[in-house]
Design a protein around this ligand. Structure first.
Ligand code: KG4
Length: 341
C-alpha cells in the first residue's frame, strides 16, 4: 500500500500550526502562538490574521523539515475550513488551496471541532493503539465550545448537549480576568488551583435541563461574590487566590462531569474521551481518572500538545478523508459559524 503523507494546516483562531502525519503517525507538529494578544486580554481578530499571514510559510516549512520529507512527497493538504475567525481562517484556507494546486495533489477540508475530537486518533508510533472505538462519547471543552458529542464515526458526530451561553474556557478566562490574572486565564487558574482548597468557596450552580450546559450564572455569581468579599477585605483576591482558583475549577469541573455522567448513563457508552483546550486542565483530567475508577469508564485523555489548537488533529481527519477519497473543490469557502457538519 502507498504511504499516506498528509500536511495539516490550522489557523482558525490565534495559533498558526502545520503538521505532517504518515499513515496517521505523527512526524511533526509545529505551532506559532501569537503573543500580540496578551496586551489586550483576548484575541484581536485583525491582529490574528496579520500574524497568521507572517507565520504560515515558515511554520509549513518547519513542519516539512522536521518531518524529514519534501513537499513533493505529500499525498494531500488538509486545512481547517471552520468554525473560527473569518480573517484567520482565510489565511490557512488560501494557503492550502494554493499549495495543493501548485503540487497537483488533493485538497481536504476539515471541521475544526471534528479535528479536536479526532486528536485521539493521532498515532505516536506504529504500535500506538490506545484509540476509542466507535461509538464513543467525547466531552469537547474549549474557549469557544462546551459540548457532549456522540461520535459514531470520524464523519458522523451527534451533539447530545452544549452550552446555552458561555463556554467553560470562556468562563474560566473571564473569572481570571476579574481576579486580575493574565490571559488566557485557564493555565494560570490550573496552576493556582493545585495549591488551593477546592471547597473553600461556593458559586451558583446552573439548572439547565438535559445534557446542555450553562456557565453565565456561575460567572456572574463569581463576579458579585468577588466584589462583596473585596469590599469586606480589600486584599481578598491576593490573599486567597489559590483557594478561589481551586473553588472555581472545582465548580466548573463539577458542572462538566455531572452532565457527562448523565450522557454515559443514558447512552450506555462507557468509552469516554475529552478534547479541546480545557482538557489540559489537571482538575478535569483527575476527575476523568476518578470516574474511570469509580464507574468503570475507559477514558481517553489527549497529550497536552493536542489539547489546544494544533494541525496534527486536522491532518488526522485528513488521513481518514484521504482513505475515503473525500476531497474538496478549490472553490470551497471558509465558514465561521459553529457546526459539526
Ligand atoms: O481549544 P482552545 O485552544 O481554543 C479554542 O478553540 O477555543 O481552548 C482555549 C481555552 C481557553 O479558554 C484557555 O483558558 C483554556 O482553553 N485552557 C485551560 C487550560 N489550558 C487552556 N483551561 C483550564 N486549564 C488549563 N490548563
Amino acid at each position: 500500500m502507498e504511504d499516506i503523507y498528509i500536511l495539516g494546516i490550522e489557523s482558525s483562531c490565534d495559533d498558526t500550526s502545520a503538521a505532517v502525519l504518515k499513515n496517521g503517525i505523527i512526524l511533526s507538529n509545529v505551532t506559532a502562538s501569537q503573543e500580540v494578544h496578551k496586551a489586550y486580554g483576548g484575541v484581536v481578530p485583525e491582529l490574528a490574521s496579520r500574524a497568521h499571514q507572517q507565520n504560515v510559510v515558515p511554520v509549513v516549512d518547519q513542519a516539512l523539515a522536521r518531518a524529514g520529507i519534501t513537499k513533493e512527497q505529500l499525498s494531500a493538504v488538509a486545512f481547517t475550513r471552520g468554525p473560527g475567525l473569518m480573517g484567520s481562517l482565510l489565511v490557512g484556507v488560501s494557503f492550502a488551496k494554493g499549495f495543493a494546486r501548485s503540487l497537483g495533489i488533493p485538497l481536504i477540508d476539515v471541521n475544526h471541532l471534528q479535528g479536536h475530537v479526532m486528536a485521539h486518533f493521532i498515532k505516536e508510533s506504529e504500535d500506538d493503539n490506545h484509540m476509542p472505538p466507535f461509538p464513543f462519547i467525547c466531552l469537547l471543552v474549549s474557549g469557544g465550545n462546551s459540548q457532549i458529542v456522540k461520535v459514531n464515526a470520524y464523519n458522523d458526530m451527534e451533539v447530545l448537549g452544549q452550552t446555552i451561553d458561555d463556554a467553560a474556557g470562556e468562563a474560566i478566562d473571564k473569572c481570571s480576568k476579574v481576579m486580575g490574572l493574565g490571559y488566557p486565564g485557564g493555565p494560570i487558574i490550573d496552576k493556582l488551583a493545585r495549591q488551593g482548597n477546592p471547597l473553600a468557596y461556593k458559586f451558583a450552580e446552573p439548572n439547565v435541563p438535559g445534557f446542555d450546559y450553562s456557565f453565565s450564572g456561575l460567572k456572574t455569581s463569581f463576579l458579585y461574590n468577588m466584589r462583596k468579599w473585596v469590599e469586606e477585605e480589600p486584599n481578598f483576591i491576593e490573599n486567597h487566590k489559590e483557594d478561589i482558583a481551586a473553588s472555581l475549577e472545582h465548580a466548573i469541573v463539577d458542572i462538566l462531569m455531572k452532565k457527562l455522567r448523565l450522557a454515559v448513563k443514558q447512552t450506555g457508552i462507557k468509552h469516554v474521551a475529552v478534547a479541546g483546550g480545557v482538557s489540559a486542565n489537571n482538575g478535569l483530567r483527575n476527575a476523568f481518572r476518578d470516574h474511570a475508577e469509580r464507574y468503570g469508564w475507559t477514558i481517553y485523555i489527549p497529550k497536552f500538545s493536542y489539547t489546544t489548537d494544533n494541525a496534527a488533529m486536522i491532518a488526522s481527519v485528513g488521513t481518514f478523508k484521504y482513505i475515503d477519497k473525500d476531497f474538496t473543490q478549490i472553490d470551497v469557502p471558509a465558514f465561521s459559524k459553529v457546526t459539526f457538519k
